[in-house]
Write a protein that binds this ligand. Structure first.
Ligand code: IPE
Ligand code: IPE
Ligand code: MG
Length: 281
């Protein structure tokens, strides 16, 4: 099913409103939290919360793709999550298996490119096989990049990177003076991806929980009380509208940003004028 063709008019209108604000994030990262509490509130086992959480994944992936987000990272399972009761871990792994089996064709049809970050070698073999099949099948797609953070943790990736760089130094491939931010970034699992512009966390927790540590340096953070199974496209549009109205200063002052914008406008206008003059000649 084509997602773009199967949108309701109301959906299109909501998206248009967000787009008109002119600032759709290139990279959106989400900490999908609160599945367990959602289930417990309904006197259901925690795994039921994860199952309903998949419905939100479906809806948010689709809406993100339709609105033109280029990278969507979903933090689905952290390295620390391996320490949960075995029954929950097993339930989560089989849900992941079901998701990958069931969704791959539709994701592929909608041009989504699947990638993964994390210590995926720790995942059950069945999940690894399905994951790598999905990655291979969608590798040439040019639509939204769906980055599944599975058995991922920010500190783990930073430690891995430090070890790789230390090895490169020992082998004489690079010298310590050559290590800079760009080089470090190029060795992370997120190499080649833009940093997240916006990070959403559901369930009202005010923490990063070992998600992207390096990459979130200047990301906008949006925390909602909604639990992940309750988080739907209207909530996403609300978060995107909130983001579009923020001023990202990257350490500068508001006045500097204003001046830069004016200069850009002047440059754009004079460039346009030159093009028009050239056409007239
Ligand atoms: C997020 O929901 C999913 C994973 C961490 C795998 P939780 O399972 O953490 O739900 P809460 O936070 O306990 O409610
Ligand atoms: C963060 O949620 C990890 C994922 C959503 C995958 P947790 O539920 O594991 O985080 P804490 O333990 O509340 O910090
Ligand atoms: Mg949690």
């Amino acid at each position: 099913m084509s997602w773009i063709e199967n949108q309701s008019d109301e959906d299109k209108k909501m998206q248009q409103n967000v787009k008109e604000l002119g600032k759709v994030p290139k990279h959106l990262a989400i900490i999908m939290d609160g599945n367990g509490r959602w289930a417990q509130n309904k006197s259901m086992p925690r795994v039921a919360g994860h199952k309903f959480g998949i419905e939100s994944v479906r809806e948010i992936v689709r809406a993100s793709s339709n609105i033109g987000i280029q990278y969507l990272t979903l933090y689905a399972f952290s390295i620390e999550n391996w320490n949960r009761p075995q029954i929950e871990v097993k339930g989560l792994m089989s849900l992941l298996e079901i998701y990958l089996k069931k969704e791959i064709d539709e994701l592929n049809l909608n041009n989504v490119k699947i990638t993964t970050i994390g210590k995926t070698s720790s995942l059950p073999h069945k999940v690894q096989t399905l994951l790598y099949k999905a990655i291979d099948k969608t590798k040439d797609n040019e639509g939204m990049n769906l980055v599944l953070a599975l058995s991922y943790s920010g500190r783990w990736d930073i430690m891995r990177t430090v070890q790789m760089i230390a090895l490169d130094v020992r082998r004489g491939k690079i010298s310590p003076e050559d290590i800079n931010e760009d080089y470090f970034t190029s060795q992370l699992q997120t190499a080649g991806m833009p940093d997240p512009d916006l990070m959403i966390r559901t369930s009202g927790e005010n923490r990063i929980s070992n998600f992207y540590l390096w990459e979130l340096a200047y990301s906008e953070i949006y925390i909602t009380e909604k639990l992940w199974p309750e988080f739907k496209k209207a909530d996403l549009y609300e978060a995107l509208s909130d983001f579009a109205n923020r001023e990202r200063r990257f350490g500068k002052t508001s006045a500097q940003l204003f001046n830069e914008e004016q200069t850009n406008e002047i440059q754009k206008t004079s460039y346009l004028q030159r093009v028009l003059d050239a056409i007239k000649k």
